[in-house]
Design a protein around this ligand. Structure first.
Ligand SMILES: Cc1ncc(COP(=O)(O)O)c(C=O)c1O
Length: 427
């Protein structure tokens, strides 16, 4: 395995998989996967016939013919769009048109389709907070799309920074085409974008005609505090494209997610319809259509749950909340005497928190931490757009055994103390 310290963004996921593979007994606080304990394949597969019956009755087909049609190639933009529109409205307060939904192979495909549709010229640029989700930077890197970072840690500065960045880009002959945001329990930071920042950013985007890609895989997993309206719900100008997924509420293997385009794009219904058509056109040559069997599973579950997934995810939510609390309690205990040097945030939901350490924690440190202490955290610098966050790590608490959280943090504490002793000795 390579031990270089400058990991290219595209190599990061590979590196982490290798570390996890090389140290199978290590406790992983790196993987942000949903908890497998709640995967209920038999029940989900059993829901497919319910959708098949609905599909048959809507199209005036026999049950058997409906099954044959579901097993065929299908409509590029999806077949469960109405059920998805209903669920987004009920669960997330996102009211959109089902015809403006493009169902995709997870949210990842929707993200790629949107970025490619919005950034067609070499001078078209995407703006994102630094650090940000690797899946977005990966799409941009693969397709040669430039990403310009917003550095403000303080929400209240973001809109002014965005305005400044857009202006600077204009002077360079470039165009800020999209702003990528994860407003709810951000991956990697675990933070929530304030209501004021949401409104201020929307106002800049409306004025500058910058589309917002609102990625919201964790919004359903709020453990405490008041839910904020999505950017999509706050948008009056028609600039927000809402990205959704069933990877966390159901499971990643179903590979169903998508994009919801606003009724009008910057005031134009025609432009919104054109974007939907453009996304579909690209999709038809990328994945043809999203598996209809997988869509039937989602459709069946949505029918069985009367349109809302809130009740279904309640046990998961409780598990994640408990894991978060266990992690916070373990951190309090382990780092009690280092509170002035080690800092972390308390996420109100989602799968992650971040920790700031008094030294650099990069690829070499992950390897040492895995080898010597058998625990794997994720360097935050892996998510950075500009080489920042060298002294921070992301801790994921979603898919770690509750009984291992205390031990994992104790081992991390041990590693941090070792590193600090080395730093202190060097001073
Ligand atoms: C912020 C964010 N967006 C998108 C995705 C990808 O989701 P999907 O499985 O729907 O492709 C993830 C997965 O972890 C994520 O954290």
């Amino acid at each position: 395995m390579s031990t270089q310290t400058n990991t290219s963004r595209l190599a990061v996921m590979n590196f982490l998989n290798e570390v996890a593979g090389d140290f199978p007994d290590a406790i992983s606080l790196a993987s942000g996967r949903p908890a497998e304990a709640f995967f209920d394949l038999e029940r989900w597969l059993d829901s497919i016939p319910q959708y098949q019956r609905e599909f048959a009755s809507r199209r005036d087909l026999s049950y058997a013919d409906a099954g044959r049609l579901l097993a065929q190639y299908g409509r590029t933009n999806g077949i469960v769009n109405e059920l998805i529109a209903e669920q987004l409205a009920l669960d997330e307060g996102v009211h959109g048109r089902s015809e403006h939904i493009v169902v995709s192979a997870g949210c990842q495909e929707a993200l790629a389709l949107c970025m490619l549709s919005l950034c067609q010229d070499k001078n078209d640029v995407v703006i994102a907070r630094d650090p940000t989700y690797i899946g977005m930077t990966g799409v941009a890197d693969l397709h040669g799309i430039e990403i310009v970072p917003l550095h403000s840690k303080d929400d209240s500065q973001l809109a002014a920074e965005l305005e400044e960045v857009a202006e600077k880009l204009r002077h360079q002959g470039k165009r800020a085409r999209a702003l990528y945001l994860i407003p709810e329990f951000d991956n990697p930071t675990g933070t929530v974008l304030s209501l004021e920042a949401r409104e201020a950013l929307l106002s800049v985007c409306a004025g500058q005609r910058i589309a917002v890609l609102e990625d919201n895989p964790y919004g359903m997993f709020r453990y405490e505090g008041e839910r904020l309206p999505t950017l999509y719900a706050l948008d009056r100008a028609g600039c927000v494209i809402y990205l959704f997924t069933y990877s966390k509420t159901l499971c990643p293997a179903v590979r169903v997610g998508g994009a919801l385009v606003p009724d009008t794009l910057f005031g134009s219904a025609e432009a919104a319809r054109t974007l939907v058509a453009n996304l579909g056109e690209r999709k038809s040559f990328l994945t043809v259509n999203t598996s209809q069997l997988n869509q039937a599973l989602i459709g069946g579950m949505l029918l069985a749950q009367q349109g809302t997934l809130r009740e279904l995810i309640a046990p998961q939510l409780e598990h994640y909340r408990r894991n978060r609390d266990l992690l916070l309690a373990a951190l309090e205990k382990e780092f009690a005497d280092q509170r002035d040097a080690v800092h972390w945030n308390r996420p109100e939901g989602g799968f992650f928190l971040t920790m700031k350490l008094p030294f650099s924690f990069g690829q070499a440190e992950v390897l040492r931490c895995a080898r010597e202490q058998h625990v794997i955290p994720m360097p935050l610098s892996f998510f950075s757009l500009s080489g920042t966050c060298q002294d921070s790590i992301r801790l994921a608490f979603s898919n770690v055994e509750p009984s291992l959280i205390g031990e994992g943090v104790a081992r991390l504490g041990q590693f941090v103390r070792q590193c600090q002793e080395v730093c202190d000795a060097a001073v």
